[in-house]
Design a protein around this ligand. Structure first.
Ligand code: ATP
Length: 224
């Protein structure tokens, strides 16, 4: 599903955020990327979602070479990916329903499908009863769950989450992790960035550790 071969990322300022990364994550896997602040976790996820472009090497996602995914192909490519940010980036002047349905609206889905799928996604995260609420009226954990519903509403094969439990207490973080695990159990490949080592160790999944832009430890599924 994800293959990095000698991938480096240099930002315009000259900082090399990722250096010669070799990584393979199989379809259906759930894995964590960890490391200190600045290690390159977010950069790794952003390269996969084409929010940023790598500067050297090759990235293959779902059999597609990212160098060839340009222009109009980018939105099409992203339809297969769900992305969840730490600060969830919900629109505060839109209801929960409108926030979650946004990826479907952008993709031009039919009204009936939008309603059906948005309700299904909200149901999965336990927030169907809050569809008419505005984000400010929700707790931090609920807002995070809305972010998850929005990331999965278009049923992506790959879900990327950048510090999805960043601001939550341990109990809520654990709940959010169980939700990710449920999506993984129905076949979604999941890659999460987190610096919460205690929590990710408890999950007993593959852990990829970055240090200063390099892979320090690949976890148990070593490069194939
Ligand atoms: N848009 C950018 N322009 C220039 N440098 C950047 C940019 N984004 C990240 N960097 C730099 O790249 C390096 C890796 O950053 P990145 O955000 O990937 O790390 P991280 O492990 O996700 O950190 P954190 O846990 O703090 O989010 C850092 O030195 C950072 O300052």
């Amino acid at each position: 599903m994800i293959r990095f071969s000698n991938v480096s990322k240099q930002y315009p300022g000259g900082i090399e955020a990722l250096r010669q990364i070799n990584l393979h994550i199989e379809e259906g896997a759930m894995a964590f990327v960890t490391g200190r602040s600045g290690a390159g976790k977010s950069s790794l996820l952003r390269l996969i979602a084409l929010i940023e472009r790598h500067t050297r090497g090759q990235i293959i996602i779902n059999n597609q070479n990212l160098e060839r995914v340009r222009g109009r192909r980018v939105p099409l490519f992203r339809r297969n990916i769900g992305f969840m940010f730490q600060d969830h980036r919900l629109l505060h002047d839109r209801t929960v329903f409108d926030n979650v349905s946004l990826p479907l609206v952008i993709a031009g889905a039919r009204h009936q499908d939008i309603v059906k799928r948005t309700h299904a996604a909200l149901d999965k995260v336990g927030l169907l009863h809050k569809e008419k609420a505005y984000p400010v009226a929700l707790s931090g954990g609920e807002q995070q769950r809305v972010g998850i519903a929005r990331a999965v509403v278009h049923r992506p094969a790959l879900l990327l989450a950048d510090e999805p439990t960043g601001n939550l207490d341990p109990a809520l973080s654990w709940e959010i992790m169980q939700l990710f695990e449920q999506f993984n159990q129905v076949g979604v490949t999941i890659l999460l960035a987190s610096h919460d080592l205690d929590m990710i160790k408890r999950m007993r999944k593959r852990i990829i550790t970055l240090r200063m832009g390099r892979i320090l430890d690949q976890g148990r599924d070593d490069e194939k």
